[in-house]
Design a protein around this ligand. Structure first.
Ligand SMILES: NC(=O)c1ccc[n+]([C@@H]2O[C@H](COP(=O)([O-])OP(=O)(O)OC[C@H]3O[C@@H](n4cnc5c(N)ncnc54)[C@H](O)[C@@H]3O)[C@@H](O)[C@H]2O)c1
Length: 318
């Protein structure tokens, strides 16, 4: 099966693409390489803007996994117009031409950030989406644009991912568990901005499994699916990072609690992904910390600009 991973040189793609290749899929990546290229040297990677792709570039694929665009709130707030164009228009455009040329399935990297601010409720895919900030709105628009195209010959699967964390060869330190891990390792302290808010966390290895399940799902299946390894409060994540790093290093880690407002607060049900995709998470926050710890020699300097999307993006567009 021939698969295009659009935006496949990013954080998620750098774990997913080697796994797909290992499983015998014929994979091409199209990516602007904003953060470099850490894919295995044998990977087929084309540095190109997906907006410049036409039917000729797309028609050879059986499936497309769309991981491109701006991938967090700071980037979206720094350049809202680019955010709406790259996150809402781009996936709709790529899915549109994919359908025209007979691609069978389009898998979209959506986000639980579409849910916005909820209180004490477990949200499923039919719950209201109340986000009011650029990143969440743009991911919702992208999702709606691609879902609009599904029919019996064109399957569209949107994976509403929790915050993806863990080790990737293209590392990000701006994701909750990774960021706390970094500050525990480098400064022996963790700052918890608001301990009571909820976040679904998705181990990057579970994220890879979710994409595999989507690729392999029956061709008639389309739909939106929450995917997470578990729901945690930010306070809970801080405590887990503290406990694990103290255990691993034997050093004392202190926690500072702030009570900053946050515009995101949600926990999600993943039953639909279990029932329809056969998605079963295998990891918890403790496993993410252990995984980061095992790979720590590979990070080098934790402060490298490329580990922080907003720093690279500011340089690219500023
Ligand atoms: N990482 C998370 O926690 C998370 C959670 C939910 C959803 N998502 C979504 O998953 C996707 C992947 O996330 P990530 O963490 O791997 O992001 P990332 O920022 O590491 O990677 C995105 C990649 O897309 C490429 N790209 C951007 N615009 C492009 C364009 N026009 N043409 C070609 N390439 C382009 C970039 O060069 C980059 O390599 C994103 O769409 C993000 O919104 C991520």
């Amino acid at each position: 099966m021939k698969i295009l991973v659009a935006g496949g040189a990013g954080y998620i793609g750098s774990v997913l693409v080697p796994e797909l290749i290992e499983r015998g899929y014929d994979v091409d990546v199209i990516d602007l390489l904003w953060f470099g290229n850490y894919l295995p040297p044998t990977s087929k990677v084309v540095q190109k803007d997906l907006f410049k792709c036409n039917e000729q570039d797309i028609k050879q694929y059986d499936q497309i996994i769309f991981l491109a665009g701006l991938s967090n709130d700071p980037m979206a707030e720094f350049d809202p117009s680019k955010n709406f164009v790259f996150n809402a228009a781009l996936p709709s455009y790529v899915a549109f031409i994919a359908k025209q040329v007979g691609v069978k399935r389009f898998i979209y990297a959506s986000s639980c950030s579409v849910y916005g601010y909820t209180v004490n409720e477990l949200y499923d895919e039919d719950s209201p989406v109340t986000c009011g900030y650029p990143y969440g709105i743009s991911k919702l628009q992208g999702e709606r644009g691609v879902m609009q195209l599904h029919d019996k010959n064109f399957s569209v699967i949107a994976l509403r991912q929790g915050t993806v964390c863990g080790y990737s060869p293209r590392m990000r330190m701006d994701l909750i568990v990774n960021a706390m891990f970094k500050s525990a390792m480098t400064g022996k302290k963790i700052t918890v901005d608001n301990p009571s808010i909820w976040r679904p966390i998705l181990d990057i290895r579970d994220a890879t499994t979710a994409y595999l399940r989507a690729i392999q799902a029956d061709s008639s299946l389309s739909g939106i699916y929450n995917v997470a390894s578990g729901n945690y409060t930010v306070g809970q994540v801080g405590d887990m990072v503290k406990y694990e790093i103290e255990k691993l290093t034997g050093e004392k880690i202190t926690i500072t609690i702030n009570n900053k407002q946050d515009f995101r607060n949600y926990k999600v049900a993943v039953d639909r992904a279990k029932t329809y995709l056969g998605f079963q998470s295998q990891y918890a926050v403790e496993d993410i910390i252990d995984d980061l710890y095992r790979h720590k020699e590979l990070f080098g300097d934790y402060e490298k600009d490329e580990y922080y999307n907003i720093r690279v993006f500011r340089k690219l567009t500023g």
